[in-house]
Design a protein. Structure first.
Length: 154
């Protein structure tokens, strides 16, 4: 496997702020990325994402969470086990915990950086982001782009 990074946005675009990972992936896909960096709108893909996760050495995941932190709080988690993930969002068919468990069973666990952004609620049938989450997504996009360019050899 060639050394590579996958930026994976998770979420349901039709549920307002819960779709922030998809908005994030679409923003990064429009930017100039270093060689070896792929971007994927993972939506609510569940086990269909296993192929992508097993074909990259480093995964940067972005997802929403209702964790009680102030809206727009960004946290980075370095999960090694399924129990390291926050509670799954109800709109995902298969949660991140299930995917990590499958990767562990297959013996194909990549390095994972999970960025979670705290949201207040799910907004049924709303395509868009609240101003607080919009600001958090832009901040996180800038932060990750800086990290990618810092380690890339141009």
């Amino acid at each position: 496997m060639e050394k590579s990074t996958l930026i994976l946005g998770i979420g349901n675009l039709l549920m307002g702020d819960e779709g922030l990972g998809v908005h994030f992936a679409n923003r990064l896909a429009a930017k100039s990325l270093p060689e070896g960096v792929d971007v994927l709108d993972g939506g609510t893909g569940g086990f269909h994402l296993l192929e992508y996760l097993t074909s990259h050495e480093h995964i940067i995941m972005v997802d929403a969470t209702m964790d009680g932190h102030p809206v727009g709080t960004i946290r980075k988690i370095k999960p090694r086990f399924a129990s390291d993930f926050p509670r799954a969002m109800s709109t995902h068919d298969i949660g991140l915990k299930d995917l990590v468990s499958a990767l562990q069973l297959l013996g194909k666990m990549p390095e994972i950086d999970l960025y979670v952004v705290s949201i207040e609620s799910l907004q049924q049938q709303f395509v868009g982001l609240s101003p607080e989450i919009e600001e958090a997504v832009n901040k996180l996009a800038d932060e990750i782009m800086d990290q990618l360019h810092a380690v890339a050899i141009w």
